[in-house]
Design a protein around this ligand. Structure first.
Ligand SMILES: [Zn+2]
Length: 94
C-alpha cells in the first residue's frame, strides 16, 4: 500500500504540472502580446520624437532666419529689414 503522503505529493505534483501545461500557451500569448505592444509603442514614440525634432529644428531655423533678416520695431511692432536703422512705420530708431 502506498503511503498517504507519497500519494498526496504525487497527486499535487500531477495537478501542478497539468496547471502549468495549461498555463504555458496563455503565458506565451500574453508575452507575445506584450512584446508586440512594446514594439509598436517604441516605434510610435520614435516616429513622434523625430517629428517633434524636425518641427523644433525647422521652427528654430525659421526664427533664426527671421531674426537675421528682419527686425521688429519696439515701438510699433512693424517688421523692418535688418539693414534699416530706423523703423519704416514710426521712424523710431531700431
Ligand atoms: Zn516702428
Amino acid at each position: 500500500m502506498v503511503p498517504l503522503e507519497e500519494l498526496y505529493v504525487t497527486v499535487v505534483g500531477i495537478l501542478l504540472l497539468a496547471a502549468l501545461g495549461a498555463c504555458i500557451p496563455v503565458l506565451l500569448q500574453i508575452f507575445r502580446d506584450g512584446l508586440e505592444r512594446q514594439r509598436k509603442r517604441t516605434s510610435g514614440e520614435r516616429n513622434r520624437g523625430t517629428e517633434a525634432d524636425d518641427a523644433d529644428s525647422s521652427a528654430s531655423a525659421r526664427q533664426r532666419t527671421e531674426t537675421t533678416a528682419r527686425l521688429t520695431c519696439d515701438h510699433c511692432g512693424a517688421t523692418n529689414d535688418s539693414e534699416f536703422s530706423y523703423c519704416r512705420c514710426c521712424l523710431e530708431r531700431l
